[in-house]
Design a protein around this ligand. Sequence first.
Ligand code: SAH
Length: 216
Amino acid sequence: MSAAPNPPEKMMFQLALRRRGISDLTVLRTMEEIPREMFVEPADRDNAYRDSALGIACGQTISQPFVVAYMTEQLRLQKPHRVLEIGTGSGYQAAILSRLCRDVLTVERYRTLADTARTRLKKLGCDNVEVMLGDGFDLVTVTGTFDRVIVTAAMEQIPEALMDRLEPGGILIAPVGPHHGTQTLIRVIRTDTGFERKELVDVRFVPALPGIAREL
Ligand code: SAH
């Protein structure tokens, strides 16, 4: 394992996020505190603080830091919130969320990814995160509603069942669009009378696929 990143590298990381428009100081501070090098493949540790997505196990990706910061900022998290994440991947986004809310339930369809993320999050002391092997399209064993829902895999449309998991006043953020190509980040707010939808920015995510993966 290579040494912790040197301060200039982390300073550039913060600068890049600010330059791209992230202004929420709590989000910026949390991005600084969570060691991204713990969530990437060993061979990529030197690239952990570049603003790019990187490959992880099972052919999946850890999202680009800007996108993680942007989605987190758009969620407008408050300490008492309960958050549902679909697509644990490396566990990095869940770690960021965990510092900004009461608890996080994150769901992943690959057992290998779920197990690795769980171990990392425990090591980091993110005790308010539950990592669950499951399918975000079919949350049979998940009960209740959430203040915030974040989807980190591309969906062709947002399933109604997922929107129904939102508390009134709740916010959902998801990349919506074709599986291969560019998607648009959509923000849905649950109001007293229905749902308010807003298009945010273009993004690229790996596809959300139905069912628990048969491969590990
Ligand atoms: N948030 C992650 C990046 C997510 S990559 C991070 O911070 O690293 C998208 C992840 O969503 C992949 O790991 C993929 O396996 C998972 N995924 C895709 N479809 C899913 C589904 N239906 N239910 C749960 N997870 C899913």
